[in-house]
Design a protein around this ligand. Sequence first.
Ligand code: FE
Length: 207
Amino acid sequence: MLDGLHFLPGYLDAAAQAALVSDVQALLREAPPYRALMPKSGQPMRVRMSNAGALGWYTDRDGGYRYIAAHPETGRPWPVIPESILGIWRGVSGYTAEPECCLINLYDAAARMGLHQDRDEQDFAAPVVSISLGDSALFRVGGQNRRDPTRSLKLASGDVLVLGGEARLAFHGIDRIHAGSSRLLAPYEEMAWGRINLTLRRVTLPR
Ligand code: FE
């Protein structure tokens, strides 16, 4: 297994998870979820997305994978990353500069994410920090080549995963969602997704 992969199961207790969900709810009211399109094919991604931070990750048919400074539909700047989320980055990233992107991925019961690398950033010295809320997911992670052997991890609500060092460019994806495995989002009618994943990334080189 690659050096620099740190799995922190149960990093967030129930109270911290509930506080995060209410922060995410506020973010999604300001920056509503949208459906991004795969480059070239224009196929909509199954996972719905939004962002917080100076730069939001985005893809559409013609522009491809990239970071943009404003919501594609409202045209407004992305909301700032809440302190509750920044605190997690400071606690686990081992990186001095702040993250610039908090990608919010919303998975329903049938959503999956194919094996991919996160490589749209300028700074691979900064880790990728992933925070799981709600239903558990079966996560797959391999090496820096698509054909390297992979292993699976079950990511449950409150788990934090850090992909740093050699693991920063590891191929990874979500094979399936264990629908109904968490009640965390049940009180939120407007968030009827099974799983929320927050991905924190540094995009540009700090000066
Ligand atoms: Fe990724």
